[in-house]
Design a protein around this ligand. Sequence first.
Ligand SMILES: C[S@@+](CC[C@H](N)C(=O)[O-])C[C@H]1O[C@@H](n2cnc3c(N)ncnc32)[C@H](O)[C@@H]1O
Length: 250
Amino acid sequence: MPAAGGTTHNLAWSRMHESPAAGADETPRAIARRIGKRFRRRLHGGYARSKLRMDPAFAAATRQLGGTAMPVLDIGCGLGLLGFYLREHGYAGDYFGLDLDAAKITAAQEVADAHYRGLSFRVGDARALTGFAGHVVMLDVLHYLERDDQRALLDAAARCVAPGGLLVIRNVLREPGWRFRATVAEEGFIHLVRWLGSPPCHYPDRAEIQAPLEAAGLACTVEPLWGRTPFNSYLIVGRRAATGAGSAGT
Ligand SMILES: C[S@@+](CC[C@H](N)C(=O)[O-])C[C@H]1O[C@@H](n2cnc3c(N)ncnc32)[C@H](O)[C@@H]1O
């Protein structure tokens, strides 16, 4: 991971050095299948395929990051699906994935080494985030941390957002209603089947995410990201002004 304020990345979004071969099937289903087939373990491949097909988070994050060449730090990257999805959609900048789960990081790095250049994965704890400058993404990670650790991570992640960069968060928000209850039930199930090592710790509400981002000088938008799922997921985007105005903490 480059140090904050370090390397400038000038790779153009349009430099599609990992673009699929001409004539390749480019439907969302075909892209999900192609990424899934690249995992050595069938469990990972099947998970990747269905996750990429069903979950609107990858397309939403790609829409936000589209057109820029800034490096991307994906905190709690899991199997690295966002990195592969970004490459499949023409993002040619550097991508760094960080996750606690060594098995997932190994699987992600294997796929990257064989198929996608410029993607690096590292085992690490988001609570000890080191320097970085660029876009930062966190898809479904925050609620695995305790409330105070969430606040510290949001502060640290916001400091990593470069001028003109984004902090893109997809997370369940604590709210009254059946969607939130359905999400809590699903989280209990995936912990039970041991797909995720740690259980959810604290479900943040909207203000718990938005306030630290705004305090760090990011302009925030919050919108539902339900797709065809029953889950209470939201897309929260913090944007740092390109001029450097409002870049407190960087
Ligand atoms: C629900 S998964 C999401 C994976 C990925 N972002 C995606 O959307 O495909 C949550 C991930 O966060 C990781 N995680 C949880 N706590 C973490 C921490 N303190 N530091 C780094 N990663 C963490 C887990 O290992 C897991 O891979």
